[in-house]
Design a protein around this ligand. Sequence first.
Ligand SMILES: CC(C)(COP(=O)(O)OP(=O)(O)OC[C@H]1O[C@@H](n2cnc3c(N)ncnc32)[C@H](O)[C@@H]1OP(=O)(O)O)[C@@H](O)C(=O)NCCC(=O)NCCS
Length: 326
Amino acid sequence: MTAKSQIDLELRPAELSDSELVADLETARNPEDPRDPAMQRFWWTADPAAEVRTRLIAELDGVAIAYVMARHAAWKAGVRRFGSIRIVLHPDHWTVSRHQHLIEIAESWLKSEGCETVVAMVGEKLENELRVFDARGCREVRRGRQWELDLIANRDRLLAGAELSRKRMVEQGVRILTLDKDADPNRLADLYEVWDAAEHDIPSTVPIPVTPYDEWYHLWFENPGVCSDRLWIAREGDAIVGLSAIEYPPVRGFPWTAFTGTSPAVRGRGIARALKYETIAQAIGLGSERVRTQNDGENAPILHLNAEMGYMPIDPVLELHRELSE
Ligand SMILES: CC(C)(COP(=O)(O)OP(=O)(O)OC[C@H]1O[C@@H](n2cnc3c(N)ncnc32)[C@H](O)[C@@H]1OP(=O)(O)O)[C@@H](O)C(=O)NCCC(=O)NCCS
């Protein structure tokens, strides 16, 4: 158990109004990936209704110094019960025993919920945190590959790639356009269908829950980082067959690709490449200097596309699992 002298964090339940404090705390923990307060707030409004969660925060002089989150999707008969945790301690207050203590709080909440496997995502650079997780018996089961694309150094090559992809799409009769230019009254329902199918094709150990339409709508169209004139879709005949969008944080931080996906029936024809190139050409036009993206380490087609487009690997994120029964 954690030494009593180290259990000195006064945790209280976090409210939506604490989201900015948590964005600042996340930024202090990882200044190389600043967290946007508006996005943090939005994500907390986008919690799935079917999920159960707890969020705790500790403050000192108006600054968040600790944050604990634990959550799980609705349990389903016959499906392994995974629960996720997020532990953030301010670097000025980080100690091994405080970190252990916060993990214990999150894990014991999940255990009381009936969780079987705890999942934590931790950047490879956060070596102190990884050592604490390792000592607890948490093991890496997957790896999120993170990438950055320099839009200044690669500008001409990227714009040439976008042009080549445009020609290839014209040859195939595929139209690439932003959603605001699409007049089909069924476009949102069609887009939801394509997104949903592609979302469930992302390699994952933890089952990806179904997102109901209204939650999906909120995620995409009430999101301060996405707008319909930056959401690129591919149309073939009457069908929407793909989408790609970059999320632009309104206050601070890097633009990140929110999602790229195509219908299973059209894969391998360069449609995702053409969509991604349009998002990149647009980002260049908007004056962005670099964009980032994250993909599962086993998602071969998108890893291939990113490498080909000139994205450079940055620190990966490790997905750690621990069986609570052990
Ligand atoms: C990833 C995804 C968007 C790719 O869509 P797509 O329309 O097939 O993509 P493209 O045709 O433009 O390009 C795919 C490239 O990957 C290559 N590829 C496919 N399988 C591959 C594999 N196992 N290993 C290496 N390369 C592979 C293809 O050959 C093609 O490259 P090429 O044109 O140089 O030959 C699609 O598979 C998808 O929607 N997956 C589910 C959602 C997802 O994982 N999205 C990405 C993370 S958000």
